[in-house]
Design a protein around this ligand. Structure first.
Ligand code: ATP
Ligand code: MG
Length: 259
């Protein structure tokens, strides 16, 4: 809570600053960057808090559905804020990003979906290899109904797409390893299918990790639902699973642009 109060007060300082003030824009930029950094760890901190609350007060379906509702709004709000802060700092900041000169802030007008899939896979693979002796391989298929043989592109925020895919890959890798670790045949592939139809673009990730029982499917999008042990906040390793936040937050990112 104190993070939010402090950030709010810091922003209020700008209420009466004049745009003619030559330092105003730059000070605002620096404040935004500080605010962004201050709130970097909101998700694991909040997740830890909800887990502690449940441990102390037990499970109550009414409180639990209120928490779900609150967290959906809270994290959607966080996604919006960070999108706007990033957009501002990228557009008004002085450094141009040499790796992505064509991006408009955080938006890529020609986002190559398969490239983001590969990036997210590679990053998840590095995390996976810290926990298991191997990570499953990836096979990507593209089906472009509009322009066959051409790579599939979209106007999108690559970091959002990356986030969703990274979460799905971590889940798929954990499930695959839990079922097949050490098996003689090795780990079965993870498949990614990127499809562009007449209207929609879809990315499907599938794994051979044994899936989820139909009876439990509804719970997957509940915050804190997890079958992994709770990761410790102080650990230097990036957790592969355990907060039960991966899927519900990915769904918020998808919905943010009506996906
Ligand atoms: N591909 C999958 N195969 C089998 N089970 C899965 C798969 N993806 C998710 N699950 C189940 O759904 C649960 C919730 O997934 P979710 O990504 O929301 O949380 P998590 O992976 O446990 O923790 P984190 O917040 O770190 O992602 C997992 O703990 C797992 O039991
Ligand atoms: Mg997960």
């Amino acid at each position: 809570q104190s993070w939010y109060m402090q950030s709010f007060f810091e922003l209020l300082e700008f209420e009466n600053r004049k745009p003619e003030d030559p330092h105003a824009l730059n000070d605002f930029l620096e404040t935004l960057i500080e605010i962004r950094n201050r709130h970097n760890d909101v998700v694991p901190t909040m997740a830890q808090g909800v887990i502690e609350y449940k441990e102390k007060f037990g499970f109550d379906p009414f409180v639990s559905s209120n928490i779900q509702y609150f967290l959906d709004r809270f994290y959607t709000n966080r996604i919006s804020f960070r999108m706007l802060i990033n957009q501002h700092t990228l557009l008004f900041g002085n450094d141009i990003n040499p790796a992505h000169p064509k991006h408009i802030g955080s938006i890529d007008p020609n986002c190559n979906v398969a490239e983001v899939v590969t990036d997210a896979y590679e990053t998840a693979k590095m995390v996976c290899e810290q926990y298991y002796s191997a990570a499953p391989e990836l096979k990507i298929e593209e089906f472009n109904a509009k322009a066959p043989q051409k790579p599939i592109q979209a106007v999108y925020v690559p970091s959002h797409l990356f986030h969703m895919l990274f979460e799905l890959f971590k889940n798929a890798m954990r499930a695959t390893n839990e079922l097949h670790e050490g098996s003689k045949e090795g780990l079965p592939l993870i498949k990614a299918k990127v499809t562009l139809g007449k209207e929609d673009l879809s990315v499907k990730i599938s794994d051979r990790g044994g899936g989820v029982a139909l009876r439990k499917i509804d719970r997957l999008f509940n915050y804190t639902y997890t079958t992994a042990p709770t990761p410790s906040l102080g650990s230097k390793r990036v957790p592969l699973a355990g907060f039960g936040h991966g899927l519900p937050i990915s769904r918020l990112y998808a919905r943010y642009f009506q996906g």
